[in-house]
Design a binder for this molecule. Sequence first.
Ligand code: ADP
Ligand code: MG
Length: 610
Amino acid sequence: MDKYSILKQYYGHSAFRAGQEALIDAILSGRDALCVMPTGGGKSLCYQIPALLLPGITLVVSPLISLMKDQVAALKSAGIPAAYINSSLTGEQIRTVYARTRKGAYKLIYVAPERLETNSFLSLMQEMDVSFLAVDEAHCISQWGQDFRPSYLGIVDFINALPRRPIVAAYTATATKQVQSDILRLLQLQSPYRIVTGFDRPNLYFDVRRPKNKFSALAALIEERRGRSGIVYCATRAAVERVCDSLCDRGIAATRYHAGLTDEERQQNQDDFQFDRKTVMIATNAFGMGIDKSNVSFVIHYNMPKSLEAYYQEAGRAGRDGENADCVLLFAPADVETARFLIENGGADQLSEEDAALVRKRDYERLQAMTGYCKSVDCLRGRLLDYFGQIHPANCGNCSNCKATYQTEDITLSAQMILSCVMRIRERLGYYVGKTLVIQVLRGSRDQRLLSLGLASLSTYGLMDKTSPSVIERYIEYLESAGYLEVDQRYSTLRPTKKASAVLFDGECVLMQKRVEPKTEKKRPRGAFSDEFEENSLYEALRAQRAELAKRESVPAYVIFSNATLADMAEKAPRSLSELLEVSGVGERKASRYGEAFLRTIEEYIQQQG
Ligand code: ADP
Ligand code: MG
């Protein structure tokens, strides 16, 4: 068997995606590897196929129990002998898996990193022929990453204790140089093959909105997507509770996930979401790493996350099956304050003062990039790809900024007032202040603090009393994004840049690009597998069939077939097993297991249509 026939027979895919094949070849030739691919890029295949082709056993180190369970379920349903060992199994179950491992029953074994530190597991693996060790979510090894997991540091000791060093490959979606070099160093990869694939996810639509009322904006977005599976990320547990309750009150099948719930409830809610019993998951960032539910059709951020890495990873959980999906961020300036609070009070406890300062500095840099994304009027996808160091066209045509229309407004006069106000305050007080105070001075506020600082006697006091605070705020933000003002991320004070003097003293014009918001939500044309399919379509019939099978086998629906596969099946409407194998995502094993049921559904549908 070669890699192509495995791809076709077990997975039902007809071609490798960019980067997959070369990586698999490198591993098969005995080389270590580092693979950086975006979430949904298809990393799993890149260790599963070598696992099937190499002699002996492949160990997959994976951080989350739920992830292992689903991956192993998916492998088994494709006919690949796999097992997992983690704390969710009883002692008896673990002994059974050990015994079957000794008999060579598995090609792939998934383990949590902590398992590698136990003697019983180590001595079992010393007896076996471990030819390949794959480290999934490898960024967990880096304390600069998002999800540091100390037990990842023990992987190298485990490798060194094996009688023969296996091929070692690391997989992650985190592209920063720092994290990559930590992975290389801490896993001691030996002249690894390195692959960093494109980060673009063309099927994701990026959208940043600034609604007056976040909750009603959210409710409307979810209402438009009723019945589709989606995730809503909130910054805090309290927000999760509030949003989830309010959505449930409106009859939305929502559930919640955050670190304050009991283990049982978290597991229960996650399962409800995974199995499509609940369509919307409201969660903090505790939810997600390792979630590979492929039919998530939208990810909405109720609050701005603290970095673009986090944002891209969370938003990237949408559309993993290749369908069109939406990533909407609901931004409010207060989110920046929350993020700042979280950075200042973040869990850097175990670090030395010096390290903690370094972490904070990096966090503020990340926050700056994140805020820049929210305020940008340029192509959003371009912003993201820039951040990950990838070249891209100027406009993607598939984000809210590319779709929006803009009006140019000459704000030179307002800009002069704002910039000079910032400087006058600084002259009076000896330090720079934040935008709230600047706006109050310009508006001629009677605020007590302002008065006691003596700012009411400045020449700029009350200069803009006819302009609303939110408009002045927009101007300030524009001056910021156009580089006339700089914000100190830590203290959120505003200071003018060199560029500002051209406006103040040389009469440089400031032209603001103002986004014209569409009056009503324009419906975006969608891909083949959403709105076009009416209630009675073949696609719906196939979905119903899948739901029934999923229920019977108690697995999540996408383990049977993804939505993209069903859409292709509806399109091709195969009448025989061999025609069914032509459908993308249908391998031999699944065809023989589920083929009959789906062919029957198609037959019935065609007869009904007469
Ligand atoms: P990740 O890189 O996030 O771990 P996965 O390995 O979970 O991504 O794959 C994401 C999705 O892409 C899965 O639904 C998988 O079936 C699909 N996929 C992977 N490789 C291919 C391919 N060569 N052709 C078509 N679909 C693929
Ligand atoms: Mg993965």
